[in-house]
Design a protein around this ligand. Structure first.
Ligand SMILES: Cc1cc2nc3c(=O)[nH]c(=O)nc-3n(C[C@H](O)[C@H](O)[C@H](O)COP(=O)(O)OP(=O)(O)OC[C@H]3O[C@@H](n4cnc5c(N)ncnc54)[C@H](O)[C@@H]3O)c2cc1C
Length: 520
Protein backbone atom coordinates (compact mmCIF):
# COMPACT_ATOMS: atom_id res chain seq x y z
CA UNK A 1 0.00 0.00 0.00
CA UNK A 2 1.27 3.49 -0.85
CA UNK A 3 2.35 5.55 2.17
CA UNK A 4 0.81 8.66 0.60
CA UNK A 5 -2.87 8.98 -0.16
CA UNK A 6 -4.23 10.16 -3.50
CA UNK A 7 -4.36 13.99 -3.33
CA UNK A 8 -8.05 14.28 -4.27
CA UNK A 9 -9.38 10.90 -3.10
CA UNK A 10 -9.27 8.55 -0.13
CA UNK A 11 -6.52 6.01 0.35
CA UNK A 12 -4.07 4.11 -1.79
CA UNK A 13 -3.85 5.57 -5.34
CA UNK A 14 -3.37 2.01 -6.63
CA UNK A 15 -6.75 1.01 -5.20
CA UNK A 16 -8.74 3.58 -7.22
CA UNK A 17 -11.55 1.71 -8.97
CA UNK A 18 -14.79 2.63 -10.71
CA UNK A 19 -18.14 1.95 -9.08
CA UNK A 20 -18.85 -1.82 -9.06
CA UNK A 21 -21.48 -2.76 -11.69
CA UNK A 22 -24.10 -3.89 -9.12
CA UNK A 23 -23.83 -0.61 -7.20
CA UNK A 24 -23.74 1.46 -10.40
CA UNK A 25 -27.06 -0.05 -11.45
CA UNK A 26 -28.63 0.85 -8.12
CA UNK A 27 -27.23 4.37 -8.23
CA UNK A 28 -28.50 4.92 -11.77
CA UNK A 29 -31.95 3.77 -10.71
CA UNK A 30 -32.07 5.97 -7.60
CA UNK A 31 -30.24 9.13 -8.63
CA UNK A 32 -29.17 9.00 -12.29
CA UNK A 33 -25.50 9.06 -13.29
CA UNK A 34 -23.60 12.30 -14.10
CA UNK A 35 -19.93 11.53 -14.70
CA UNK A 36 -17.72 14.23 -13.13
CA UNK A 37 -15.17 15.84 -15.44
CA UNK A 38 -11.57 14.79 -14.80
CA UNK A 39 -9.67 17.11 -12.49
CA UNK A 40 -6.93 19.12 -14.10
CA UNK A 41 -3.60 19.70 -12.39
CA UNK A 42 -3.74 22.94 -10.48
CA UNK A 43 -1.06 25.38 -9.49
CA UNK A 44 -0.67 26.13 -5.81
CA UNK A 45 -0.49 29.62 -4.35
CA UNK A 46 3.15 30.83 -4.27
CA UNK A 47 5.20 30.19 -1.13
CA UNK A 48 4.63 33.23 1.08
CA UNK A 49 7.10 32.47 3.88
CA UNK A 50 10.12 34.79 4.04
CA UNK A 51 13.37 33.18 2.83
CA UNK A 52 15.04 33.90 6.19
CA UNK A 53 12.49 31.71 8.00
CA UNK A 54 13.01 28.87 5.53
CA UNK A 55 16.80 29.19 5.95
CA UNK A 56 16.45 28.98 9.72
CA UNK A 57 14.27 25.86 9.41
CA UNK A 58 16.77 24.29 6.99
CA UNK A 59 19.68 24.87 9.32
CA UNK A 60 17.63 23.32 12.11
CA UNK A 61 16.31 20.21 10.33
CA UNK A 62 18.55 19.86 7.26
CA UNK A 63 17.64 20.74 3.65
CA UNK A 64 16.04 17.35 3.08
CA UNK A 65 13.38 17.93 5.71
CA UNK A 66 12.03 21.33 4.65
CA UNK A 67 9.85 21.07 1.54
CA UNK A 68 8.37 23.89 -0.52
CA UNK A 69 7.65 21.96 -3.75
CA UNK A 70 4.06 21.85 -5.02
CA UNK A 71 3.78 18.05 -4.91
CA UNK A 72 4.57 17.84 -1.19
CA UNK A 73 2.48 20.89 -0.30
CA UNK A 74 -0.49 19.48 -2.23
CA UNK A 75 -0.35 16.24 -0.20
CA UNK A 76 -0.49 18.25 3.02
CA UNK A 77 -3.47 20.42 1.99
CA UNK A 78 -6.60 19.87 4.14
CA UNK A 79 -7.99 16.47 5.15
CA UNK A 80 -10.44 13.95 3.69
CA UNK A 81 -13.97 15.20 4.39
CA UNK A 82 -16.29 15.35 1.39
CA UNK A 83 -16.02 19.19 1.36
CA UNK A 84 -12.20 18.77 1.33
CA UNK A 85 -12.46 16.39 -1.62
CA UNK A 86 -14.95 18.60 -3.48
CA UNK A 87 -12.69 21.64 -3.10
CA UNK A 88 -9.64 19.68 -4.29
CA UNK A 89 -11.61 18.20 -7.19
CA UNK A 90 -12.63 21.74 -8.16
CA UNK A 91 -8.96 22.74 -8.26
CA UNK A 92 -9.14 24.85 -5.09
CA UNK A 93 -5.93 24.33 -3.09
CA UNK A 94 -5.91 27.81 -1.54
CA UNK A 95 -5.26 26.31 1.91
CA UNK A 96 -1.94 24.72 0.90
CA UNK A 97 0.80 25.24 3.50
CA UNK A 98 3.77 27.37 2.45
CA UNK A 99 6.19 24.68 3.56
CA UNK A 100 6.20 21.16 4.99
CA UNK A 101 8.72 20.50 7.76
CA UNK A 102 9.63 17.06 9.04
CA UNK A 103 11.28 17.06 12.47
CA UNK A 104 12.55 13.71 13.79
CA UNK A 105 12.62 14.27 17.56
CA UNK A 106 10.75 16.03 20.36
CA UNK A 107 13.54 18.61 20.60
CA UNK A 108 13.32 19.35 16.87
CA UNK A 109 9.55 19.83 17.20
CA UNK A 110 10.13 22.25 20.08
CA UNK A 111 12.75 24.11 18.03
CA UNK A 112 10.33 24.44 15.07
CA UNK A 113 7.73 25.91 17.44
CA UNK A 114 10.33 28.39 18.67
CA UNK A 115 11.00 29.55 15.08
CA UNK A 116 7.25 29.78 14.44
CA UNK A 117 6.67 31.92 17.54
CA UNK A 118 9.54 34.30 16.74
CA UNK A 119 8.39 34.84 13.14
CA UNK A 120 4.65 34.52 13.83
CA UNK A 121 4.10 31.55 11.50
CA UNK A 122 0.99 29.35 11.88
CA UNK A 123 1.78 25.67 12.56
CA UNK A 124 -0.49 22.79 11.56
CA UNK A 125 0.54 19.42 13.08
CA UNK A 126 -0.03 16.72 10.43
CA UNK A 127 -0.40 13.04 11.37
CA UNK A 128 -2.21 10.95 8.77
CA UNK A 129 -4.19 13.74 7.13
CA UNK A 130 -7.52 11.94 7.62
CA UNK A 131 -9.32 14.77 9.45
CA UNK A 132 -12.96 15.11 8.41
CA UNK A 133 -13.73 18.29 10.34
CA UNK A 134 -11.34 20.87 8.85
CA UNK A 135 -8.70 20.19 11.52
CA UNK A 136 -5.86 20.80 9.04
CA UNK A 137 -7.13 24.15 7.77
CA UNK A 138 -5.48 26.90 9.80
CA UNK A 139 -6.43 30.57 9.53
CA UNK A 140 -3.65 32.38 7.63
CA UNK A 141 -4.69 36.03 7.93
CA UNK A 142 -2.28 37.90 10.20
CA UNK A 143 0.46 35.22 9.98
CA UNK A 144 3.77 35.32 8.09
CA UNK A 145 2.81 31.97 6.55
CA UNK A 146 1.60 28.44 7.31
CA UNK A 147 3.84 25.47 8.14
CA UNK A 148 2.65 21.87 7.95
CA UNK A 149 4.50 20.13 10.80
CA UNK A 150 4.56 16.63 9.38
CA UNK A 151 5.24 13.92 12.00
CA UNK A 152 6.04 11.25 9.42
CA UNK A 153 9.64 10.78 10.64
CA UNK A 154 8.60 10.06 14.23
CA UNK A 155 7.70 6.38 13.98
CA UNK A 156 9.45 4.72 16.89
CA UNK A 157 8.34 2.42 19.68
CA UNK A 158 10.11 2.45 23.05
CA UNK A 159 9.75 1.54 26.72
CA UNK A 160 7.75 -1.61 25.97
CA UNK A 161 6.69 -2.81 29.43
CA UNK A 162 5.26 -6.34 29.28
CA UNK A 163 4.67 -6.34 33.04
CA UNK A 164 2.53 -3.21 33.17
CA UNK A 165 1.33 -3.85 29.58
CA UNK A 166 2.21 -0.38 28.31
CA UNK A 167 4.38 0.94 25.47
CA UNK A 168 5.43 4.37 24.24
CA UNK A 169 4.53 5.07 20.62
CA UNK A 170 5.72 8.01 18.55
CA UNK A 171 3.03 10.18 16.94
CA UNK A 172 3.78 9.58 13.26
CA UNK A 173 3.09 5.83 13.37
CA UNK A 174 0.09 4.97 11.22
CA UNK A 175 -2.40 2.39 12.53
CA UNK A 176 -0.90 -0.65 10.72
CA UNK A 177 2.68 0.38 11.57
CA UNK A 178 1.85 0.67 15.29
CA UNK A 179 0.10 -2.71 15.26
CA UNK A 180 3.03 -4.35 13.44
CA UNK A 181 5.56 -3.02 16.00
CA UNK A 182 3.39 -4.09 18.93
CA UNK A 183 2.77 -7.50 17.37
CA UNK A 184 6.53 -8.03 17.54
CA UNK A 185 6.10 -8.02 21.33
CA UNK A 186 2.93 -10.16 21.25
CA UNK A 187 0.80 -7.06 21.93
CA UNK A 188 -2.01 -5.12 20.29
CA UNK A 189 -3.56 -1.70 20.72
CA UNK A 190 -6.86 -2.85 19.20
CA UNK A 191 -7.66 0.57 17.73
CA UNK A 192 -9.36 0.14 14.34
CA UNK A 193 -11.18 3.25 13.09
CA UNK A 194 -12.31 3.07 9.47
CA UNK A 195 -9.36 5.39 8.70
CA UNK A 196 -6.95 2.87 10.35
CA UNK A 197 -4.80 2.41 7.24
CA UNK A 198 -3.65 6.06 7.19
CA UNK A 199 -4.49 7.76 10.51
CA UNK A 200 -1.68 8.19 13.06
CA UNK A 201 -1.12 7.65 16.78
CA UNK A 202 -0.73 11.40 17.39
CA UNK A 203 -3.89 12.08 15.39
CA UNK A 204 -5.88 9.47 17.35
CA UNK A 205 -4.90 11.21 20.59
CA UNK A 206 -5.40 14.73 19.24
CA UNK A 207 -8.97 13.92 18.10
CA UNK A 208 -10.18 11.42 20.75
CA UNK A 209 -10.70 8.82 18.06
CA UNK A 210 -12.92 5.79 18.48
CA UNK A 211 -12.57 2.57 16.51
CA UNK A 212 -14.70 -0.32 15.34
CA UNK A 213 -13.36 -2.49 18.18
CA UNK A 214 -13.67 0.19 20.85
CA UNK A 215 -16.47 -1.68 22.64
CA UNK A 216 -13.84 -4.21 23.65
CA UNK A 217 -10.55 -2.29 23.74
CA UNK A 218 -11.87 1.17 24.66
CA UNK A 219 -11.85 4.52 22.88
CA UNK A 220 -8.38 5.88 22.11
CA UNK A 221 -8.57 8.40 24.99
CA UNK A 222 -9.07 5.49 27.39
CA UNK A 223 -6.00 3.72 25.94
CA UNK A 224 -3.71 6.67 26.69
CA UNK A 225 -1.73 6.37 29.90
CA UNK A 226 0.75 9.18 29.32
CA UNK A 227 1.58 11.99 26.90
CA UNK A 228 4.61 14.07 25.97
CA UNK A 229 3.65 17.39 24.41
CA UNK A 230 5.77 20.21 22.97
CA UNK A 231 4.16 23.62 23.45
CA UNK A 232 5.43 27.17 22.93
CA UNK A 233 5.34 27.48 26.74
CA UNK A 234 7.55 24.42 27.25
CA UNK A 235 7.30 20.63 27.46
CA UNK A 236 4.50 18.77 29.24
CA UNK A 237 5.15 15.22 30.55
CA UNK A 238 1.86 13.78 31.74
CA UNK A 239 0.89 10.44 33.27
CA UNK A 240 3.31 9.05 35.84
CA UNK A 241 0.94 6.52 37.41
CA UNK A 242 -2.00 4.31 36.40
CA UNK A 243 -4.33 6.52 38.43
CA UNK A 244 -3.87 9.62 40.54
CA UNK A 245 -5.70 12.09 42.75
CA UNK A 246 -3.15 14.81 42.02
CA UNK A 247 -5.67 17.37 40.86
CA UNK A 248 -7.60 17.46 37.56
CA UNK A 249 -6.33 15.07 34.87
CA UNK A 250 -4.33 17.28 32.51
CA UNK A 251 -4.03 14.44 29.99
CA UNK A 252 -7.74 14.93 29.32
CA UNK A 253 -7.06 18.57 28.46
CA UNK A 254 -4.52 17.58 25.82
CA UNK A 255 -6.48 14.63 24.43
CA UNK A 256 -8.77 16.13 21.78
CA UNK A 257 -6.77 19.37 21.65
CA UNK A 258 -6.34 19.02 17.84
CA UNK A 259 -2.94 20.66 17.63
CA UNK A 260 -4.23 23.91 19.15
CA UNK A 261 -2.50 23.49 22.55
CA UNK A 262 0.68 21.64 21.60
CA UNK A 263 2.26 18.94 19.46
CA UNK A 264 1.99 15.43 20.87
CA UNK A 265 5.43 13.84 20.45
CA UNK A 266 4.92 10.57 22.37
CA UNK A 267 1.96 8.57 23.66
CA UNK A 268 2.22 5.92 26.35
CA UNK A 269 -0.58 3.47 25.63
CA UNK A 270 -2.18 0.60 27.48
CA UNK A 271 -1.88 -2.56 25.37
CA UNK A 272 -3.38 -6.06 25.43
CA UNK A 273 -2.01 -9.47 24.48
CA UNK A 274 -2.54 -10.31 20.81
CA UNK A 275 -5.86 -12.17 20.66
CA UNK A 276 -5.59 -15.86 19.86
CA UNK A 277 -9.16 -15.88 18.54
CA UNK A 278 -11.23 -13.41 16.51
CA UNK A 279 -14.82 -14.25 15.63
CA UNK A 280 -17.37 -11.96 13.98
CA UNK A 281 -21.01 -12.99 13.90
CA UNK A 282 -23.94 -11.35 12.12
CA UNK A 283 -27.35 -11.15 13.81
CA UNK A 284 -30.76 -10.11 12.57
CA UNK A 285 -33.37 -8.09 14.46
CA UNK A 286 -36.89 -7.25 13.31
CA UNK A 287 -36.42 -3.53 13.91
CA UNK A 288 -33.83 -0.88 14.85
CA UNK A 289 -35.62 -0.41 18.18
CA UNK A 290 -35.41 -4.09 19.01
CA UNK A 291 -31.73 -4.27 18.09
CA UNK A 292 -30.94 -1.12 20.10
CA UNK A 293 -32.67 -2.57 23.15
CA UNK A 294 -30.55 -5.71 22.83
CA UNK A 295 -27.37 -3.59 22.64
CA UNK A 296 -28.38 -1.60 25.70
CA UNK A 297 -29.08 -4.78 27.62
CA UNK A 298 -25.62 -6.14 26.77
CA UNK A 299 -23.90 -2.87 27.75
CA UNK A 300 -25.80 -2.57 31.02
CA UNK A 301 -25.17 -6.17 32.00
CA UNK A 302 -21.41 -5.81 31.45
CA UNK A 303 -21.43 -8.32 28.59
CA UNK A 304 -19.65 -6.25 25.98
CA UNK A 305 -18.33 -7.97 22.86
CA UNK A 306 -15.26 -6.46 21.15
CA UNK A 307 -17.26 -5.18 18.16
CA UNK A 308 -20.92 -4.25 18.42
CA UNK A 309 -22.77 -2.29 15.72
CA UNK A 310 -26.32 -2.19 14.44
CA UNK A 311 -27.47 -0.91 11.04
CA UNK A 312 -30.94 0.60 10.71
CA UNK A 313 -33.44 -0.80 8.19
CA UNK A 314 -32.26 1.41 5.30
CA UNK A 315 -28.54 0.75 5.83
CA UNK A 316 -29.21 -2.98 6.19
CA UNK A 317 -31.21 -3.11 2.96
CA UNK A 318 -28.57 -1.16 1.05
CA UNK A 319 -25.66 -3.22 2.36
CA UNK A 320 -27.43 -6.43 1.52
CA UNK A 321 -28.34 -5.19 -1.94
CA UNK A 322 -24.80 -4.06 -2.75
CA UNK A 323 -23.09 -7.09 -1.15
CA UNK A 324 -20.57 -4.62 0.29
CA UNK A 325 -21.19 -5.32 3.93
CA UNK A 326 -22.98 -8.30 5.39
CA UNK A 327 -23.91 -9.70 1.96
CA UNK A 328 -27.00 -11.66 0.94
CA UNK A 329 -30.72 -11.21 0.30
CA UNK A 330 -32.63 -8.57 2.24
CA UNK A 331 -35.57 -9.81 4.25
CA UNK A 332 -36.12 -6.48 6.00
CA UNK A 333 -35.15 -5.72 9.58
CA UNK A 334 -31.73 -4.77 10.85
CA UNK A 335 -28.27 -6.38 10.81
CA UNK A 336 -26.01 -6.39 13.84
CA UNK A 337 -22.31 -7.26 13.85
CA UNK A 338 -21.05 -8.87 17.04
CA UNK A 339 -17.31 -9.54 17.24
CA UNK A 340 -15.32 -11.29 19.95
CA UNK A 341 -11.53 -11.15 20.31
CA UNK A 342 -9.42 -12.66 23.06
CA UNK A 343 -7.50 -15.67 24.34
CA UNK A 344 -10.65 -17.77 24.36
CA UNK A 345 -13.99 -16.35 23.29
CA UNK A 346 -16.39 -19.29 23.51
CA UNK A 347 -17.86 -18.59 26.96
CA UNK A 348 -18.58 -14.91 26.33
CA UNK A 349 -19.81 -15.59 22.79
CA UNK A 350 -22.35 -18.09 24.13
CA UNK A 351 -23.48 -15.71 26.91
CA UNK A 352 -23.94 -12.83 24.44
CA UNK A 353 -25.78 -15.12 22.01
CA UNK A 354 -28.15 -16.20 24.77
CA UNK A 355 -29.04 -12.57 25.59
CA UNK A 356 -29.48 -11.63 21.92
CA UNK A 357 -31.69 -14.67 21.24
CA UNK A 358 -33.77 -13.93 24.32
CA UNK A 359 -34.33 -10.38 23.02
CA UNK A 360 -35.56 -11.48 19.58
CA UNK A 361 -32.31 -11.76 17.62
CA UNK A 362 -31.59 -14.42 15.00
CA UNK A 363 -28.04 -15.67 14.56
CA UNK A 364 -27.04 -15.32 10.86
CA UNK A 365 -23.71 -17.00 11.45
CA UNK A 366 -20.06 -16.29 10.87
CA UNK A 367 -19.98 -16.00 7.09
CA UNK A 368 -21.71 -12.62 7.03
CA UNK A 369 -19.67 -11.46 10.02
CA UNK A 370 -16.47 -12.40 8.18
CA UNK A 371 -17.68 -10.52 5.09
CA UNK A 372 -18.14 -7.41 7.24
CA UNK A 373 -14.62 -7.78 8.70
CA UNK A 374 -13.07 -8.27 5.24
CA UNK A 375 -14.75 -5.12 3.85
CA UNK A 376 -14.45 -2.93 6.95
CA UNK A 377 -12.03 -0.40 5.40
CA UNK A 378 -13.62 -0.35 1.95
CA UNK A 379 -16.43 2.26 2.23
CA UNK A 380 -14.25 5.38 1.79
CA UNK A 381 -13.13 4.12 -1.65
CA UNK A 382 -16.79 3.76 -2.59
CA UNK A 383 -17.38 7.41 -1.64
CA UNK A 384 -14.87 8.50 -4.33
CA UNK A 385 -16.48 6.28 -6.94
CA UNK A 386 -19.89 7.78 -6.05
CA UNK A 387 -18.53 11.35 -6.28
CA UNK A 388 -17.18 10.39 -9.74
CA UNK A 389 -20.73 9.74 -10.95
CA UNK A 390 -22.27 12.86 -9.41
CA UNK A 391 -23.55 11.44 -6.14
CA UNK A 392 -22.81 13.39 -2.98
CA UNK A 393 -21.78 11.07 -0.13
CA UNK A 394 -20.76 12.08 3.36
CA UNK A 395 -20.98 10.84 6.95
CA UNK A 396 -21.65 12.51 10.28
CA UNK A 397 -21.95 11.25 13.80
CA UNK A 398 -23.19 12.10 17.27
CA UNK A 399 -23.92 10.46 20.63
CA UNK A 400 -26.69 10.66 23.16
CA UNK A 401 -28.20 8.89 26.18
CA UNK A 402 -30.36 5.82 25.57
CA UNK A 403 -33.57 7.60 26.56
CA UNK A 404 -32.93 10.23 23.86
CA UNK A 405 -31.88 8.01 20.93
CA UNK A 406 -35.26 7.97 19.13
CA UNK A 407 -35.53 11.76 19.27
CA UNK A 408 -32.02 12.39 17.92
CA UNK A 409 -32.35 9.71 15.23
CA UNK A 410 -35.60 11.23 13.92
CA UNK A 411 -34.38 14.84 14.19
CA UNK A 412 -31.16 14.25 12.21
CA UNK A 413 -32.87 12.15 9.53
CA UNK A 414 -35.60 14.77 9.09
CA UNK A 415 -33.04 17.58 8.90
CA UNK A 416 -31.00 15.78 6.23
CA UNK A 417 -33.97 14.82 4.08
CA UNK A 418 -35.41 18.31 4.53
CA UNK A 419 -32.18 19.87 3.27
CA UNK A 420 -31.31 17.37 0.53
CA UNK A 421 -34.78 16.42 -0.73
CA UNK A 422 -36.82 13.24 -0.75
CA UNK A 423 -34.41 11.50 -3.14
CA UNK A 424 -31.67 11.59 -0.49
CA UNK A 425 -30.79 8.30 1.16
CA UNK A 426 -30.05 8.60 4.87
CA UNK A 427 -28.53 5.50 6.46
CA UNK A 428 -27.65 5.09 10.10
CA UNK A 429 -25.92 2.66 12.40
CA UNK A 430 -25.21 2.56 16.10
CA UNK A 431 -21.43 2.51 16.00
CA UNK A 432 -20.46 2.61 19.69
CA UNK A 433 -22.29 1.52 22.80
CA UNK A 434 -21.96 2.52 26.45
CA UNK A 435 -23.93 1.70 29.59
CA UNK A 436 -25.66 5.07 29.41
CA UNK A 437 -26.03 5.64 25.68
CA UNK A 438 -24.62 5.19 22.20
CA UNK A 439 -23.38 6.98 19.12
CA UNK A 440 -25.39 7.32 15.92
CA UNK A 441 -23.39 7.33 12.69
CA UNK A 442 -25.20 8.62 9.59
CA UNK A 443 -24.23 8.12 5.96
CA UNK A 444 -25.93 10.32 3.37
CA UNK A 445 -26.18 9.92 -0.40
CA UNK A 446 -27.96 12.38 -2.68
CA UNK A 447 -27.81 13.50 -6.29
CA UNK A 448 -25.36 16.41 -6.56
CA UNK A 449 -26.79 19.88 -7.13
CA UNK A 450 -25.00 22.45 -9.35
CA UNK A 451 -22.95 23.55 -6.34
CA UNK A 452 -22.44 20.34 -4.32
CA UNK A 453 -20.26 22.07 -1.73
CA UNK A 454 -22.95 24.63 -0.84
CA UNK A 455 -25.53 21.84 -0.97
CA UNK A 456 -23.62 19.75 1.59
CA UNK A 457 -22.71 22.66 3.89
CA UNK A 458 -26.41 23.58 4.17
CA UNK A 459 -27.38 19.97 4.92
CA UNK A 460 -24.58 19.59 7.46
CA UNK A 461 -25.61 22.81 9.25
CA UNK A 462 -29.22 21.58 9.40
CA UNK A 463 -28.12 18.20 10.80
CA UNK A 464 -25.78 19.84 13.34
CA UNK A 465 -28.58 22.16 14.52
CA UNK A 466 -30.88 19.15 14.79
CA UNK A 467 -28.47 17.02 16.82
CA UNK A 468 -27.50 19.74 19.28
CA UNK A 469 -31.11 20.99 19.40
CA UNK A 470 -32.18 17.49 20.41
CA UNK A 471 -29.62 17.43 23.22
CA UNK A 472 -26.91 15.29 21.57
CA UNK A 473 -23.19 16.10 21.18
CA UNK A 474 -21.86 17.69 17.99
CA UNK A 475 -19.33 14.86 17.68
CA UNK A 476 -18.71 11.48 19.26
CA UNK A 477 -15.36 10.81 17.56
CA UNK A 478 -14.66 13.03 14.53
CA UNK A 479 -13.58 16.00 16.72
CA UNK A 480 -14.22 19.72 16.28
CA UNK A 481 -11.73 21.12 13.76
CA UNK A 482 -13.02 24.28 12.11
CA UNK A 483 -16.32 22.79 10.93
CA UNK A 484 -17.90 22.07 14.34
CA UNK A 485 -16.67 25.15 16.21
CA UNK A 486 -19.98 27.08 16.20
CA UNK A 487 -21.79 24.07 17.67
CA UNK A 488 -19.04 23.42 20.23
CA UNK A 489 -19.70 26.89 21.67
CA UNK A 490 -23.37 26.00 22.10
CA UNK A 491 -22.49 22.64 23.65
CA UNK A 492 -20.02 23.85 26.30
CA UNK A 493 -21.36 27.37 26.86
CA UNK A 494 -19.54 30.63 27.63
CA UNK A 495 -17.71 29.31 30.68
CA UNK A 496 -16.47 26.27 28.77
CA UNK A 497 -15.27 28.44 25.88
CA UNK A 498 -13.51 30.66 28.41
CA UNK A 499 -11.60 27.67 29.81
CA UNK A 500 -10.43 26.61 26.34
CA UNK A 501 -9.31 30.17 25.56
CA UNK A 502 -7.44 30.43 28.87
CA UNK A 503 -5.56 27.16 28.25
CA UNK A 504 -4.71 28.29 24.73
CA UNK A 505 -3.44 31.64 26.05
CA UNK A 506 -1.24 29.86 28.61
CA UNK A 507 0.28 27.22 26.30
CA UNK A 508 0.33 29.17 23.04
CA UNK A 509 0.31 32.86 23.98
CA UNK A 510 1.02 34.15 20.44
CA UNK A 511 -1.56 31.82 18.90
CA UNK A 512 0.64 30.08 16.31
CA UNK A 513 -0.73 26.57 16.89
CA UNK A 514 -3.50 25.62 14.45
CA UNK A 515 -5.21 29.04 14.56
CA UNK A 516 -8.96 28.77 13.95
CA UNK A 517 -9.11 25.08 14.92
CA UNK A 518 -11.04 23.87 18.00
CA UNK A 519 -10.98 27.02 20.18
CA UNK A 520 -14.01 29.25 19.48
C1 LIG B 1 -12.66 7.58 5.56
C2 LIG B 1 -12.53 8.02 6.97
C3 LIG B 1 -12.93 7.19 8.00
C4 LIG B 1 -12.83 7.62 9.33
N1 LIG B 1 -13.21 6.77 10.32
C5 LIG B 1 -13.05 7.17 11.61
C6 LIG B 1 -13.41 6.29 12.68
O1 LIG B 1 -13.85 5.16 12.46
N2 LIG B 1 -13.22 6.71 13.95
C7 LIG B 1 -12.69 7.95 14.22
O2 LIG B 1 -12.53 8.28 15.39
N3 LIG B 1 -12.36 8.81 13.23
C8 LIG B 1 -12.52 8.44 11.95
N4 LIG B 1 -12.18 9.30 10.94
C9 LIG B 1 -11.62 10.61 11.30
C10 LIG B 1 -10.06 10.64 11.41
O3 LIG B 1 -9.51 9.49 10.86
C11 LIG B 1 -9.66 10.80 12.84
O4 LIG B 1 -9.99 12.11 13.27
C12 LIG B 1 -8.15 10.54 13.12
O5 LIG B 1 -8.09 10.29 14.49
C13 LIG B 1 -7.19 11.63 12.75
O6 LIG B 1 -5.88 11.08 12.72
P1 LIG B 1 -4.77 11.60 11.70
O7 LIG B 1 -3.48 11.02 12.09
O8 LIG B 1 -5.19 11.40 10.31
O9 LIG B 1 -4.77 13.15 12.05
P2 LIG B 1 -4.74 14.39 11.08
O10 LIG B 1 -5.90 14.36 10.16
O11 LIG B 1 -3.40 14.55 10.49
O12 LIG B 1 -4.98 15.54 12.17
C14 LIG B 1 -6.19 15.64 12.86
C15 LIG B 1 -6.08 16.81 13.85
O13 LIG B 1 -5.15 16.51 14.88
C16 LIG B 1 -4.02 17.38 14.83
N5 LIG B 1 -2.84 16.53 15.05
C17 LIG B 1 -2.43 15.47 14.31
N6 LIG B 1 -1.33 14.93 14.87
C18 LIG B 1 -1.05 15.65 15.98
C19 LIG B 1 -0.04 15.59 16.96
N7 LIG B 1 0.92 14.67 16.95
N8 LIG B 1 -0.07 16.52 17.95
C20 LIG B 1 -1.03 17.46 18.02
N9 LIG B 1 -2.00 17.57 17.09
C21 LIG B 1 -2.01 16.68 16.09
C22 LIG B 1 -4.07 18.03 13.46
O14 LIG B 1 -3.46 19.29 13.45
C23 LIG B 1 -5.56 18.09 13.20
O15 LIG B 1 -6.15 19.18 13.84
C24 LIG B 1 -12.29 8.90 9.61
C25 LIG B 1 -11.86 9.72 8.56
C26 LIG B 1 -11.98 9.29 7.25
C27 LIG B 1 -11.51 10.17 6.14
Amino acid sequence: MSTEMHPTRWGDPAAVAPLPETTRGLVELAFGIHESPAVEEVTLPPVGLPGAVLDELRSLLGDDHVHTDDATRRLRTRGKSTPDLLRARAGDLADAPDAVVRPATHDEVAAVLDVAVRHHVAVVPFGGGTSVTGGLVARREGYAGVLSLDLVRMKGIRDVDPVSMTAVLEPGLRGPEAEALLAGHGMTLGHYPQSFEYASIGGFAATRSSGQSSAGYGRFDSLVVGLTVATPAGTLELGSAPATAAGPDLRQLLLGSEGAFGVITAVRVRVRALPAEKVYDAWHFASFDQGATAMRTLAQSGLMPTVLRLSDETETALNLASHSDVGGESTGGCAMIVGHEGASVAVKRAAVAAVLTELGGTDLGEERGRAWAAGRFHAPYLRDAMLDVGVLVETLETATFWSNVDRVYAAVRDALTGALGEKALVLCHISHVYETGCSLYFTVAAPEADDPLAQWLAAKAAASDAMTGAGATITHHHAVGTDHRPWLSREIGEVGVGILRAVKAELDPTGVLNPGVLVP
